[in-house]
Design a protein around this ligand. Structure first.
Ligand SMILES: Cc1cc2nc3c(=O)[nH]c(=O)nc-3n(C[C@H](O)[C@H](O)[C@H](O)COP(=O)(O)O)c2cc1C
Length: 151
């Protein structure tokens, strides 16, 4: 079950990298920026053009996703099993409004919703926290770094 802070991180930074398993048993990772928290036990993304990820999930629904806050350098890892809702599924019609509200016109391109039933989730932190850096200090370090990249 997702905690409040985990839901907040995913909502603020919805770009998740999803790991799936290929038919040859190889790990594959793919970025998805349309993740939303559906409820405490479910997250989902919109399939716009993710053929390999969808094919992997149809054969093996197991997956893991990592979401990272690039300023606090904290992350959430979610593990679970995916269900694929195509446009003709009643559940697709029930849920797609959430994506329209968040993503506007992009949501029109969603061909299926991939819902992940969460089996486990964990908070991850970067090692400098072990040495006593505070979250506020971390944020200001990364605000400065990103400002240098994109002034
Ligand atoms: C930052 C970023 C966000 C993306 N978000 C999505 C998404 O939400 N849904 C989607 O279908 N594709 C998304 N894509 C595109 C797919 O990741 C891309 O088409 C990829 O080639 C699909 O490969 P796959 O079939 O192995 O997942 C995104 C790509 C990037 C770089």
């Amino acid at each position: 079950m997702l905690s409040r802070s985990q839901k907040q991180l995913i909502t603020r930074f919805p770009l998740g990298c999803i790991a799936t398993v290929s038919s040859q048993g190889r790990p594959m990772v793919s970025p998805k920026g349309t993740f939303l928290v559906v409820d405490d036990n479910t997250i989902g993304f919109g399939h716009i053009r993710s053929p390999q990820t969808l094919s992997n999930l149809r054969a093996n629904s197991a997956c893991e996703i990592v979401f990272t806050d690039p300023f606090t350098r904290k992350a959430v890892r979610v593990a679970g099993n995916a269900q694929i809702m195509i446009r003709s599924d009643a559940k697709f019609s029930d849920l797609i409004a959430l994506w329209h509200n968040t993503w506007g016109a992009l949501a029109k391109r969603i061909r299926a919703l991939v819902l992940i039933d969460i089996a486990a989730c964990a908070d991850l932190t970067t090692p400098p926290y072990d040495n006593g850096i505070t979250e506020a200090e971390m944020i200001s370090v990364y605000q400065a770094k990103y400002r240098e990249i994109y002034p």
